[in-house]
Design a protein around this ligand. Structure first.
Ligand code: NAI
Length: 285
């Protein structure tokens, strides 16, 4: 598939993983809109990308639906059409499930899942309308794939994003739109600062103690992938039409064990109603 000359719209595109994806796609001759809530990230990203005429930097809060439509309009006004949507903006509030306050839930789910929903509702119709085909990549996480205790608000939002891409994929591939769930392990980024953009209305948190404990646990970022490495991996996943774009072989056993646990839970010895199977099983395939 030739993506050169086409346009990508990347949320959270001014830092970390989103910026890495922007670099990789620009390297293929794409035009790229990076949409981000942080002015300082936008300024740094424009400098890092040496933003020529193929970069459009937009200020956007992905939870603001009207603003999302305006950002898409601006991108189309500059580049004509949007072909690749990367729903990547994300935040993390981490801590024990029993401590999670509504503010922790609403902020995390609102940005990570709500922002992805807003991206799809805003941009998918535009991709379908121009009929040139396209791709939707949503940044989920390895945390949404295999059990990750101490992160329930984040895990829930990411598992939902993966499920969205799984559900939409079969529906849309016949219409030329491929859906991918990007499920990285740890990547060097600014996500530890995500709280800086947390709205006042979601300030309520039960995670103050666990945040302190995590911060004093040390810095492991030297073990993480770089944004450039994951950007190239996403590019490869797009070019190969991959459903799950994964990055870290270290999680092989975790993914295998989860799949095996699900298979083991299917009551395979239960008598099968053939009519039910013939009617419904294909819908879930
Ligand atoms: P980052 O903080 O470096 O980049 C995220 C960008 O999204 C930031 O520039 C931030 O300003 C922007 N953003 C936050 N809220 C926004 C909103 N409401 N509207 C628009 N932009 C917003 O963090 P990173 O790590 O690059 O995160 C990107 C995605 O990758 C997130 O969805 C995150 O959950 C996911 N992820 C990150 C991993 C990691 O280890 N860094 C691992 C797995 C997934």
């Amino acid at each position: 598939q030739n993506i050169s000359g086409k346009t990508a719209f990347i949320t959270g595109g001014a830092s970390g993983i989103g910026l890495g994806i922007a670099k990789a796609l620009l390297g293929q001759g794409m035009k790229v809109a990076i949409a981000d809530i942080r002015d300082d990230h936008i300024a740094e990203a424009v400098a890092e990308l040496q933003g020529g005429d193929d970069v459009l930097a937009l200020k956007l809060d992905v939870t603001d639906r009207e603003a999302f439509a305006r950002a898409a309009d601006e991108t189309e006004a500059k580049f004509g059409k949007i072909h690749i949507l990367v729903n990547n903006a994300g935040v993390a509030a981490l801590g024990p499930a029993a401590d999670a306050a509504y503010g922790d839930w609403d902020w995390t789910v609102g940005v990570n899942l709500g922002g992805t929903i807003n991206g799809v509702v805003t941009i998918l119709p535009r991709i379908l309308k121009h009929g040139e085909g396209g791709h939707i990549v949503s940044t989920a996480s390895m945390s949404g794939m295999i059990p990750h205790p101490g992160a329930v608000t984040y895990v829930t939002s990411k598992a939902a994003v993966t499920a969205m891409m799984e559900s939409m994929r079969g529906e849309l591939e016949g219409q030329g739109v491929i859906c991918s769930a990007f499920c990285p392990g740890a990547v060097q980024s600014n996500i530890a600062e995500a709280g800086k953009t947390r709205p006042e209305k979601y300030a309520e948190t039960g995670y103050e103690q666990s945040d302190k404990a995590r911060q004093s646990a040390g810095d492991f970022s030297h073990l993480f992938m770089t944004k450039e490495e994951v950007g190239e991996r996403v590019l490869e996943g797009i070019l190969n039409d991959e459903l799950y774009i994964m990055t870290h072989a270290e999680f092989y056993d975790g993914v295998k064990d989860r799949g095996a646990a699900m298979l083991a839970a299917v009551p395979a010895k239960r008598p099968i109603n053939e009519e039910y199977r013939a009617t419904f099983a294909p819908l879930f395939h």
